[in-house]
Ligand binder design. Sequence first.
Ligand code: GUN
Ligand code: ZN
Length: 510
Amino acid sequence: MTKAKRLRYLFKSATVMVSLFALLAPLSAQAADPAVKAVRGSFFDFVDDPWKHVGKEEESARFLPDGMLVMEDGIIKDFGPYSELSSKYPKAQVTTVSDRIILPGFVDGHVHFPQTRVLGAYGLQLLPWLQDWIFPEETKYKDPEYAKVGVKHYFDNMLAAGTTTVQDFGTSFPNAVEAFFDEASRRNMRVICGIGGIDRNAPESFRTPPDMFYNESKRLIEKYHGKGRNLYAITPRFAYGDSSELLSMCGKLHKEYPDCWINTHVSENPTETRNAPLEHNTKDYLGCYEKFGLVGPKFTAGHGVWLSDSEFSRLNKAGASISVCPISNTFLGSGLFRLGRATDPNCRVRMTFGTDMGGGNRFSMIDVVDHMYKVGMCNNAMLDGSIDPRWHDDAESERNKLNAYRAFYSITLGGAEGLYLDDKIGNFKPGKEADFVVLDWKGGPPATAWHQSLICDKPATMKEAAQLLFGVMAVGDSRAVDETWVMGRRLYKKGSDFGLASTGTKSTNK
Ligand code: GUN
Ligand code: ZN
């Protein structure tokens, strides 16, 4: 070979090597990428509303007995059987979770963080309970230190209950809402909150004059809405406690910030349900919010125990949501929510389920579905919740029954849909945020281990998994929550303060 030929040959070989390297480099970089994390275990989630599949609810769910959830930067990158995905991601850091069922993180659509220290107050219906227990306690949140300690305690309890997303009522004091968003940001949780507007039927020191409410809401929207995972809800506390001026400020804020959520209460207790429409000169309770242009998508009202058929129908048409709060509705004696009516296929109303803690005396969404099962059974026994047997409707009666599919859908994907957050959370679809809860089906009170082992020791089919999940809600409780993960990071592990310590907080669940 001449010198010139040798040089040409060397040059060609080098070019080929460089091209090959350029081709392979991205592949090897991806395979070695330490940012790709995965969890291997049994997964259960939902792809549809089980009330659309009456009698065949399993069509709305997915169960992977040996699945793999692949995550990058806290976002779900892939999801499927381990046998298929393990070779696609050979270098992913895999955490294996055995003898557990993994579900999307629970969504609590209606809760009051400033009531953390007074849940379980004895013996009063809504209106005297607010005056005697709630307004005095929430007033303490004016003190920044009191608020700061309160929100830490609140989020510790939420994570220990498997809840990763909340729609919360801030109290009357903006500093408490700031403490809430700051603590949620430290944990990187997907949350919705806002100042609770109230300027009537409350002590003077607790009221939010309409101007102050408007200005402070605006300031907090600018500061927090859409920053990280924080979202702002314009929050008229309830029409019984709000003047027309305050509700019209809410309408004004809604026009200026159409992207924000709206959160309130409706038709919870008979006394306020009678009085709110009288004070706002409307035909019913929902009308108080309609009058100010508030009812539409991203509007949620808690409770809805005394809603008329007309109000259900208007909520359906508006694309608005009701938050179903059975623990609170029974604890405060408010009434029985008509689940079968809300899920009428001709007039389906979006729903979230909520603890309404402290009106609800539990933090746990597992307890919420346990209570809703019983409320549904009462309504079911009374045919459809109607008192007059001539209104009997078999199909409505059946829809009151909360089987495992309906229950766990309602606190995962259903909750996300109720909040218009189902593009971000609610199931294991790639592109969504990796929030999930690891359930130990034998982890409740002593009776659960025995009861659950009668069903099976390790679910191999969707039917077995659903039976175990029903056992978790009916025999177990939030002690079934073994781990809670937020954006691909484990923030709670039963029996340790792993994760919480790194946020500067300490677990209260030991
Ligand atoms: N209506 C207005 N405020 C409240 C509250 O704090 N809890 C409940 N359950 N209902 C309300
Ligand atoms: Zn409430």
